[in-house]
Ligand binder design. Sequence first.
Ligand code: ZN
Length: 332
Amino acid sequence: MQARRLSLGCTCPLPRLRHRSQPRSLIITAAIARSNAQWLLLPPANMDKILRGVISYRQVIRKDLIKQFEQIRDHPNPTAVMFTCMDSRMLPSRFTQSKVGDIFIVRNAGNMIPDSPNYGIPGVEVSVTTEPAALELAVKRGGIRHVIVCGHSDCKAINTLYGLHQCPKVFDHESPMDHWVRRNGYKSIKLLHERLHHGPQVLRFESTVVPSQSFDAIIDPFDKLAVEDKLSQINVLQQVMNVCSHGFLKSYFTAGQMNIHALWFDVYTGNVFIFSRERKRYVEITEDSVPDLLRELDRRSKYMLEHSKEAERQQESEEVAEEKQKQEVSQS
Ligand SMILES: [Zn+2]
């Protein structure tokens, strides 16, 4: 991976974080706001491209697709639910070569999953975002046991998050996008700060709801990535922690039935990376690395199962001890 930069100039008078790979021509939100203003002046995109695409689909793909729909209709067996970015370059069904019925995909700006230990006061109308609802649909109702968070390089949402951090005064209170990335990305920014000030040392990703899912990570150990891409890799791991914050998943984790993975797609090279908990870093998925990665995943699921059996045994012995204590109290 080569470090790449966006070349929009920074007019922000505020001090920036200092780090080795930071370019002078760093993107900031003010520059994004300028480019957004330019978009408003562009003519509307040609809708005929979409309609002609539908015609092409009808002529070439539709019949075969209907057959595939029929095959899985009564026996759906999806493998994973993936949370990824809405970026038009992100084509997960292509880079995973998945077929009809294989993956649920949830897309948003910056592949964020809002964290939540709860959803508000019982009996009071609360606002819940799509992402936890999609998690519930996939895991509790769909029986899916693999959750994937997938980010990418040159992510506009992550660039916006970083720009807001560099220049907080440009935060627009009327911008849903600014609220979205700041609300769901501030923990990632804190970790980026740590990474930039201490260099490529271990960062701790801690889950208080499911401690067994906590892990360490070394981000960009050889300092090859632009700072925004470092943030993007950190953000994927933070969103993994956010998934773990949802209490309705806890029983699946503690039963050793849930597997959660972090992927990262490099839009410049088309390479796909997976985070290895054992190696504490992102590893490129290649013909050579896959056998080891699969062995690691196998070890991880066995560990989680063993961990859950141990927790079950401990709970049983605690219940027996409690029952015994109750009997002793009643007899005395
Ligand atoms: Zn993106």
